[in-house]
Design a protein around this ligand. Structure first.
Ligand code: PEP
Ligand code: MG
Length: 574
C-alpha cells in the first residue's frame, strides 16, 4: 500500500483500477529543416492527410449528422485534398525549409485570412472550414488525433499528466467516474467542468506516473485529496463503508428537491444552475432549480475545431430555452481566450492571454463571431425566457459597445421579419475589479449583474487561476475580494439592479453563508453542489446577517478564516 496527497478537484470517493494515458501536447514547433529532411516532411504531411481522411470517413459513417452537416463534412474532405493547398504546403517545406507542422499552420492560415478579408459571410464560413482542416492536420502531425482510446471499463481511472476542457468532456462521454493528474488547478476550466460533470478528481499528485502502474487498485479520496495505491484489506473496507455513507447523505439531501430555497428567516434565495455542456441539461432540469444562471457557451467549441454556425447555435439555445421554460436561461456570450483557446488562425498566441483578447474583447474584435452568436440567441429567445450575459466587462462604456452591436442585430432580425423577445435582458459579469468598483455606473446600463468570483479573485490578487505554483495566493476569501463583493452588492441595491454570484465560491459550502450574509440573493452554482447549497441556505438566519454586517473587512486573511471556521460553521455544517 502507498499513499499520495494532492489537491482535490472534486469531492467524492471512487474505487477502481489505474490506466495510464500519455497525451502528447498539440504544439507547432518553429524549427527549420535541412535539404535532406524534405522528403521525410513530405511524407509526414501525406500521412497526416491520410489520417484526417480516415477520421472524416469514420465520422460520416458513425454520426447522426443531418444531411446538411454531413455535406459540410464531405466538403472538408475536398479542402483536405485541394491541390492548391498541397502546393502551398509542399513549397513551404521545400523552399522555406519549414517542418511539416509549421508549413501546414502557415499555409492554412494564409488561405483562411484571404477568405476572411472578403468580409462576406459565406467566405467567412469558408475560412472557418480551412481553419478546421488545418487544426485537424496539426493534431494528426502531433499525434493528438489518436490521443484517447474509447474502450473504457466503468472502473478504470485515467492517469494523466494534465487535463484540458476537451479531454474532460471526452472522458465523461466515455463514462469514467474519476481521474488523476500530475498537474492541475482547482479553478481552471477543466476543473470546473470536472465538477459540473460529477467526476471525482485529484491533481498535483507528486511523481504520479512513477508511483502508479496499469491495473493498480486505487482509492481516489476526493474529499481529502488523497490517493491510496493498492490498499490493504482494512483500508479498502474503511473506504467501501465511506462510499455507502456518502450515498446515504446524497439520498437525504435529494429529498430537499420539493423544499423552497429560502433561509430559516424566510428570505428567498434564487438558486440557479451553471450549465457547461448541453448534455448536462437533463440533470439540471431534474433539479427543479430557478433557472440556468450561467451557460458557458464557449464550451460548445471545446470538442471541435471550429465554432458552431448560427443555425447550430440557434438549435442548441432553442432546446435549452424550451426545456427550462418558464424558468430563465442566462446565456453568456463566448468567453474565448485565457485557457479557453481561440479557434485556430484567429489571432496569434498571446504572452498574457488572461490580460489579452479574452471574453467580450475577443467578441468585439471578431465581429462576425459575435454577430452570429447574438442572432442565434435572439432567434431562440422566441422559444423561452432567455437573458444575455457579457463576460470580462471593464465598465459601462465597454458594456454599451456590446449593447450597440446587440441593438443592430435586433434591427436586422426585425427587418427580416424573424421573431425574437424584444425585452431580453442584457447583463454584465462583474469579474474585473474595475467593474466591481464601478458597479454604480455599470448598473445604470445593464439590466442585471453577475459576479464571477473565479476571475475576480484572479484579477484582484494578480494570481493566475491555472498556475499551481501560485495557488496558495489564490485566496477566495481574501478581505479585499470580500470588500469588492460587498461594494458591488451595495451599489446594485442602490441602483435596484439584480445581482447574482455565478463563480465557484457560490458552489463552495464554506462560502455560501458568507455570500448570503453579504446580501447576495441569487446564486448560480455547479449542479452537483445543488442540494448541499440548498441545505445550507435553509440554515441561514438573521443572526448570520448581523455577524457579517458587523464584520470589518479591513482585516487579515487569518481573521476572515477565524470568522468562517468558527462563527459560520453551524451554517455550512449539514
Ligand atoms: C468566473 O470568472 O467566476 C466565471 C463564472 O466565469 P469563468 O469561470 O467561466 O471564467
Ligand atoms: Mg470568468
Amino acid at each position: 500500500m502507498n499513499k499520495l496527497s494532492g489537491n482535490s478537484i472534486n469531492n467524492g470517493l471512487f474505487i477502481g483500477r489505474a490506466r495510464r494515458l500519455i497525451i502528447p501536447e498539440h504544439q507547432v514547433e518553429h524549427y527549420s529543416i535541412s535539404q535532406d529532411d524534405i522528403e521525410t516532411e513530405f511524407l509526414r504531411y501525406q500521412t497526416a492527410i491520410e489520417a484526417v481522411d480516415k477520421d472524416i470517413s469514420a465520422e460520416l459513417q458513425h454520426s447522426t449528422l443531418n444531411s446538411k452537416d454531413a455535406e459540410i463534412m464531405a466538403s472538408h474532405r475536398d479542402i483536405l485534398h485541394d491541390p492548391e493547398i498541397h502546393n502551398l504546403v509542399r513549397s513551404a517545406i521545400s523552399q522555406k525549409l519549414h517542418n511539416a507542422g509549421l508549413a501546414v499552420q502557415e499555409s492554412f492560415k494564409a488561405i483562411a485570412a484571404q477568405f476572411e478579408a472578403m468580409s462576406v459571410e459565406t467566405f467567412a464560413l469558408k475560412a472557418a472550414d480551412y481553419r478546421d482542416i488545418g487544426t485537424r492536420l496539426l493534431n494528426a502531425l502531433s499525434g493528438v488525433s489518436a490521443l484517447l482510446p474509447d474502450d473504457w471499463d466503468a472502473d478504470q481511472i485515467p492517469i494523466l499528466h494534465d487535463m484540458t476542457p476537451s479531454l474532460v468532456n471526452k472522458l465523461a462521454h466515455a463514462k469514467i467516474g474519476a481521474y488523476l493528474c500530475q498537474k492541475g488547478s482547482y479553478n481552471s476550466h477543466a476543473s470546473i467542468l470536472t465538477r459540473a460533470l460529477g467526476l471525482v478528481a485529484i491533481a498535483n499528485l507528486p511523481n504520479l506516473p512513477d508511483n502508479v502502474k496499469d491495473d493498480d487498485l486505487l482509492v481516489v479520496d476526493g474529499d481529502e485529496g488523497k490517493l491510496v495505491i493498492n490498499p490493504d484489506e482494512e483500508t479498502l473496507e474503511f473506504y467501501a463503508q465511506k462510499v455507502q455513507v456518502e450515498e446515504l447523505l446524497r439520498q437525504k439531501l435529494e429529498k430537499l428537491k420539493a423544499s423552497a430555497s429560502q433561509t430559516a428567516g424566510g428570505t428567498r434565495i434564487e438558486l440557479c444552475a451553471n450549465l457547461g455542456l448541453p448534455e448536462e441539461l437533463d440533470s439540471i432540469a431534474n433539479l427543479a432549480c430557478d433557472g440556468i444562471g450561467l451557460f458557458r457557451t464557449e464550451f460548445l467549441y471545446i470538442s471541435r475545431q471550429n465554432l458552431p454556425s448560427e443555425e447550430e447555435q440557434f438549435e442548441i439555445y432553442r432546446q435549452i430555452a424550451e426545456r427550462m421554460a418558464p424558468a430563465p436561461v442566462t446565456i453568456r456570450t463566448f468567453d474565448l481566450g485565457g485557457d479557453k483557446l481561440a479557434p485556430f488562425g484567429l489571432g496569434e498566441p498571446e504572452e498574457n492571454p488572461y490580460l489579452g483578447n479574452r471574453g467580450l474583447r475577443f467578441s468585439l474584435l471578431h465581429h462576425e463571431i459575435f454577430h452570429t452568436q447574438l442572432r442565434a440567441i435572439l432567434r431562440a429567445s422566441a422559444f423561452g425566457k432567455l437573458k444575455i450575459l457579457f463576460p470580462m466587462i471593464i465598465d459601462a462604456e465597454d458594456f454599451s459597445e456590446a449593447r450597440h452591436i446587440f441593438n443592430h442585430c435586433q434591427e436586422e432580425l426585425y427587418s427580416q421579419g424573424i421573431a425574437f423577445d424584444s425585452s431580453i435582458p442584457l447583463g454584465a459579469m462583474v469579474e474585473i475589479p474595475s467593474a466591481a468598483i464601478g458597479t454604480d455606473t455599470l448598473a445604470q446600463e445593464a439590466d442585471f449583474l453577475s459576479i464571477g468570483t473565479n476571475d475576480l479573485v484572479q484579477y484582484t490578487l494578480a494570481v493566475d487561476r491555472n498556475n499551481e505554483n501560485v495557488s496558495r495566493y489564490y485566496i477566495q476569501h481574501h478581505p479585499s475580494v470580500l470588500k469588492l463583493i460587498r461594494m458591488s452588492v451595495q451599489a446594485a441595491q442602490r441602483q435596484k439592479v439584480p445581482l447574482s454570484v455565478c463563480g465557484e465560491m457560490a458552489s463552495n459550502p464554506l462560502y455560501v453563508p458568507l455570500l448570503i450574509g453579504l446580501g447576495i440573493r441569487e446564486l448560480s452554482i455547479n449542479p452537483t453542489a445543488f442540494f448541499t447549497v440548498k441545505a445550507i441556505i435553509r440554515n441561514c438566519d438573521a443572526k448570520l446577517e448581523r455577524i457579517i454586517s458587523d464584520f470589518d473587512f479591513n482585516t487579515s486573511v487569518r481573521e476572515v478564516e477565524q470568522l468562517i471556521y468558527t462563527h459560520l460553521k453551524p451554517y455550512y455544517q449539514i
